[in-house]
Write a protein that binds this ligand. Structure first.
Ligand code: FAD
Length: 477
């Protein structure tokens, strides 16, 4: 009797524990990806994520086919479809990797129970993170709330098994019905806002591995110094590949360790793996403290006087705040579905602190526009910037986006690349054009308020308003 392998955010064949176990079972296999009708499940959180999903499924289907299997696509509620497929195809075991999002895992437990009641064996595996969150507690048996302590403890007895190999071949069961991927309409039609995505990204498992190798060869040695520079290729750009599970954190961990053992990049490798650790930490927090998308980790922030500023929010979304570093980043996001970590922090800080919007407004926009949108990591990161998260940046530490620009985009290349209105500006003016005289700007082709906006929120006034709001919260909390 056949077994069913149910893919979700694990679109890979290598180091895939559910697939590995399914192959080991010796049963003929069926493979399915279900596009869930309930969008609140957020398996593909937004339109940019849908673009990625389309191409990643295409790659996965081809990889499965090469090994002799067939990926079926179905649309509907998994709670209905899984039992239906099981009945129709006489499936005896269903294999999947947990997504580790609490709302999905809770739903999956119900499916597992329903399968058991029908005498079918559900087999769920852990594949999203390096560390099993349940197994890591501090000396008093409590979960860690501080990253450095968490990561130190995590590394102490961390000897992860080597990554599981991809199967050489697959024994396929008689195929079941499949939708046509094109009918899901995951790609934009008109306007094609994803044109720039193609230049930047190749979704799929093979591309993920290649991206890791390129990073190790070209950028890992300088990671410690270049990781904060959005104008350089200084980070791995693996986030969408990791987020969709095209490569496992375990596989990355082993490959990076190997590189460190071979070469001189030991410190850089350590720093890089700590970033993978931050991803794990977000999942760890959610495992122990529940969904962070709705509730402030620090409940004092329930009293924060957020401002209602729809014009500010819209200017931010469109990359027209008049703050070059913020606008460059928001446009990079729109054009490529991705943004470097440093500008993520800068743009989030400007939205939350200067514009005064709730962090959830920014989180929602990122979910819709990022190809790497991950509801767990995104929520933890927004709360980190807001100051409401675990081990977060204190609220009162307010980034000045102009000085951030001078520091991390020192030649203005990043701004010029994404904000063409400012391409002729001298480097000394590029991060704070409002400080230059009108005559100076005009000689460089810029007229504020005409071909580039004045700041929607002045940096000094915005900072003071933010600090006043913080004081108000403390008084009320
Ligand atoms: P690298 O520096 O090469 O890091 C390697 C990997 O480590 C990344 O691919 C990622 O998986 C992980 N990582 C790196 N930095 C972080 C971090 N600060 N927190 C958690 N994991 C990290 N990352 C997402 O994957 N999805 C999101 O939805 C997301 N939203 C964010 C929102 C905000 C406001 C901020 C400040 C950060 C967010 N991040 C998110 C984290 C981080 O910005 C990205 O993971 C990183 O920029 C991806 O680029 P990279 O792969 O080149 O990173």
């Amino acid at each position: 009797a056949p077994a069913l392998v149910w893919f979700r955010r694990d679109l890979r064949l290598a180091d895939n524990p559910a697939l590995h176990a399914a192959v080991q079972s010796g049963r003929p296999l069926l493979f399915v990806y279900i596009r869930e009708e309930d969008t609140a499940l957020r398996l593909s959180p937004g339109a940019a994520a849908d673009w990625w999903l389309h191409h990643s499924l295409t790659a996965l289907a081809a990889d499965i086919e090469r090994l002799g299997g067939r990926l079926s696509l179905r649309q509907g509620a998994a709670a209905d479809l899984i039992p239906e497929i099981v009945r129709e195809a006489g499936v005896r075991e269903v294999f999947w990797n947990r997504v580790d999002w609490p709302w999905i895992d809770a739903r999956d437990r119900d499916i597992a129970e329903a399968l058991q009641a029908a005498d079918v064996r559900p087999r769920a595996f852990r594949a999203t993170t390096l560390i099993d969150p349940a197994s890591l507690l501090n000396g008093s048996g409590q979960p860690y709330k501080v990253f450095s302590a968490f990561w130190r403890a995590a590394q102490k007895d961390f000897s992860p098994r080597g990554p599981l190999p991809a199967p050489d071949s697959l024994t396929a069961a008689d195929p079941i019905a499949s939708d046509d991927l094109a009918d899901w309409e995951l790609l934009p039609v008109k306007p094609d806002w994803a044109a720039g995505f193609h230049d930047r990204w190749t979704p799929g498992e093979a591309a993920a591995r290649k991206q890791l190798e390129t990073f190790l060869g070209e950028a890992l040695p300088d990671y410690k110094t270049h990781r904060d520079r959005p104008d350089l290729f200084g980070t791995s750009r693996l986030s969408p590949h990791l987020g969709w599970g095209e490569i496992s954190p375990r596989a990355v961990w082993h490959r990076v360790q190997l590189q460190a053992e071979r070469g001189q990049s030991f410190g850089a490798a350590e720093k890089y793996l700590a970033e993978i650790g931050w991803r794990d930490f977000a999942y760890y927090l959610v495992h122990h403290f529940g969904d962070l998308r709705q509730k402030n980790f620090d409940p004092r922030f329930d009293h924060f006087p957020w401002r209602d500023n729809p014009e500010g929010l819209q200017a931010w979304q469109r990359g027209r705040t008049g703050i070059p570093m913020v606008d460059a980043a928001m446009r990079e996001l729109w054009k490529t579905g991705w943004m470097h970590n440093r500008p993520r922090m800068i743009t989030a800080s400007y939205l939350i602190k200067h514009i005064g919007c709730h962090w959830r407004d920014g989180m929602a926009w990122f979910e819709d526009t990022l190809v790497d949108a991950d509801p767990v990591v995104n929520a933890a990161s927004w709360q980190w910037v807001a100051g409401s998260g675990a081990d977060a940046a204190p609220y009162f530490r307010i980034f000045n986006p102009a000085t951030q620009g001078e520091k991390f985009d020192p030649d203005g290349h990043y701004v010029r690349r994404w904000v063409p209105e400012l391409v002729s500006l001298a480097t000394r003016d590029i991060h704070a054009p409002w400080e230059a005289s009108a005559g100076q700007l005009a000689s460089q082709g810029v007229e504020l308020g005409r071909n580039y906006p004045r700041p929607v929120v002045d940096l000094k006034a915005g900072r003071e308003a933010a600090l006043a709001a913080f004081e108000q919260m403390k008084a009320e909390a």
